[in-house]
Design a protein around this ligand. Structure first.
Ligand code: ZN
Length: 222
């Protein structure tokens, strides 16, 4: 039987911030997925931190080489799909592979995608994640297996989602043996693209009190 759960994802290259909060994630028993971009700019120390994060059981996933808006890259700036895949997927993946990171899931920069990109990226990844920019929270409450296209709900300060929205999604996941998938960027910084510590701790508390399982994205993509 499927266990109800929660899929927490963090995007971009905020490796130092994530590393700072690794003890908090560990103490909550939270296993999360970090979608990484701009790996070519990581310092040796940041690569070491990413290895530690991976070794603590978190998933290291892929968020493109340079964080371009992919539809704009192709349709506005007139690159081919092949160029997109070579530069924004293969080049960045290769750098990570060389250092022992093998991402198997992908998140679109800005959530910008289309059916052609989804189909093409399935040659490289088990699943692709876009964003749920709607008030239809059910798009972000999903089965705990066999997902290939995911719509994460933003929970940073910028998202304007309320704690009540988030808890009601977790309640729904619990009731239906499904998973709620969320997207954040940094933890507890002044940037609006951060989740507050209070919100993160509320989520952890609900998950603990209700025995929600933490799923990585690769787990729910099989
Ligand atoms: Zn991003």
């Amino acid at each position: 039987m499927q266990e109800p759960g929660i899929v927490l994802t963090f995007d971009d290259d905020y490796i130092d911030n994530w590393y700072t909060y690794l003890p908090l994630l560990d103490s909550a028993g939270a296993k999360v997925t970090f979608y990484v971009c701009k790996y070519n700019r990581f310092t040796a120390e940041q690569k070491r931190k990413l290895t530690v994060i991976k070794n603590h059981g978190h998933e290291i996933a892929f968020h493109s080489t340079s964080h371009y808006n992919m539809p704009e890259y192709v349709y506005k700036y007139k690159h081919t799909l092949e160029e997109l895949m070579r530069c924004e997927i293969e080049a960045g993946l290769k750098l990570m592979n060389n250092d022992g990171f093998y991402p198997v899931t992908f998140a679109y920069p800005y959530g910008a995608h289309n059916g052609l990109f989804d189909k093409t990226l399935m040659r490289y990844f088990k699943s692709v994640r876009a964003l749920n920019g709607t008030q239809d929270f059910s798009k972000s409450i999903i089965p705990s297996a066999k997902n290939d296209l995911l719509f994460g709900l933003g929970i940073d300060k910028s998202s304007k989602r309320s704690d009540a929205d988030i808890i009601s999604m977790l309640e729904s996941a619990k009731r239906n043996n499904t998973c709620a998938i969320f997207v954040a960027h940094r933890i507890n910084t002044a940037s609006k693209f951060s989740i507050t510590l209070e919100r993160l701790k509320n989520i952890f508390a609900y998950a603990k009190a209700n025995n929600l399982k933490y799923y990585s994205v690769s787990e729910i993509s099989d």
